[in-house]
Design a protein around this ligand. Sequence first.
Ligand code: NAP
Length: 259
Amino acid sequence: MDLGIRGKNAIVCAASKGLGKGCAMSLAREGVNITMNARTKDTLEAAAKEIRDATGVRVTTVAGDITTDAVRAALLQACPAPDILVNNAGGPPPGDFREWDREVWLRALDANMLTPIFLIKASVDGMIARRFGRIVNITSVSVKSPIESLGLSNGARAGLTGFIAGLSRKTVAHNVTINNILPGPFDTDRLRSNIAAQAKASGKPVEQVARERQAQNPAGRFGTAAEFGEVCAFVCSAQAGYITGQNFVLDGGAYPGTL
Ligand code: NAP
């Protein structure tokens, strides 16, 4: 299926590894030029080269922390008229809410709520004027089914989701859609470090914890970044113009609800 987005321009945030990189690769395979970001320059350049070599599209990098005004401005300077925006950032740390002060909360809100909102604010009117826009926010299943130790993620991402629910209905008449993709367990560095921490805390070997976690999932495995990227590319396709304000749960069926 041709997704009808060849030659479009995308900004993909936090994209040197994991889910963001999966999205950048899948969009690039559809012929989309990519402007990608992450904090660590070497890893970012290596990922950009991999995507360029695999697809031949134009890949531009902007290294730096996406939660800062300066890096967001640099991204928009590198790609002033994005047709596609994939919002992503590192997830907040786990912990007990009794230990989180205002600064900790503000960091989580900055990364997982305000940064996507500011990037949308900067790009959505141009998309509306050009009558094409696809915005995807990478959030988490914690929005639908809170994870006890991830209160910062539960809270900040729910705030973003509420905001998107309203705005996405205002832009779709202009062929600008805004949707969220909610990952369950995906085999990325972040999940691997969570499993390592769980293994350390429980005294079990890492492989055992990983096997147990996979066995708990109806699919019997973790998702892959490539699978995630393909869904993102479809949500960004020309054909997906009637899909907006949705929360796509990608979790191998782990969420137990009928709807
Ligand atoms: P990952 O494999 O650790 O990759 C994170 C990527 O984001 C890296 O490229 C990292 O590069 C970049 N990054 C992190 N913080 C950044 C910042 N402030 N500015 C710019 N780039 C930044 O993580 P992932 O598993 O793909 O997770 C992506 C998002 O999905 C996170 O918010 C995570 O909480 C959420 N999520 C993941 C899972 C899962 O199972 N994997 C499940 C639910 C939710 P640098 O470190 O070099 O910046």
